[in-house]
Design a binder for this molecule. Sequence first.
Ligand SMILES: [Zn+2]
Length: 147
Amino acid sequence: MSDAIDFDSLRIAARSAMTRSYAPYSAFAVGAAAVTSNGDVITGGNVENVSYGLGVCAEVSMVCSGFSQGLLSAAVAAGEPAIIAVSVCDADGAVLTPCGRCRQVLREFGGDGLLVDSAQGPRTLGALLPDAFGPDHLAAVRTEDAR
Ligand SMILES: [Zn+2]
């Protein structure tokens, strides 16, 4: 699968998105780009806030942008992984791996098989977030409640 993903292009898109980030407080600009299951590319940059805790990472910004453009909703409605590969970079274009929170956000829309760019090459999200909490855990609770 990773052979079919053009990570060089994704890194370029992530770096371009980084230039549109808003990081006046940390001065740590980050960009993210992902390929959707439909072949679309979605991007985002981190967006900070003077109330620090309200800032969002580039990956979260990217997912929100994808939904607002309607590029993710169809795949989600069909129950498919909406994102199949993602690359994140800093201001120098160096590849970053997503923070823990973003790994959980990305799992929601890409599942364990999502390919995440890293300095060592693409890795699956399942390798970066093993034994992750996911929709199956809630489905088990809902099934028990129905009894
Ligand atoms: Zn993050």
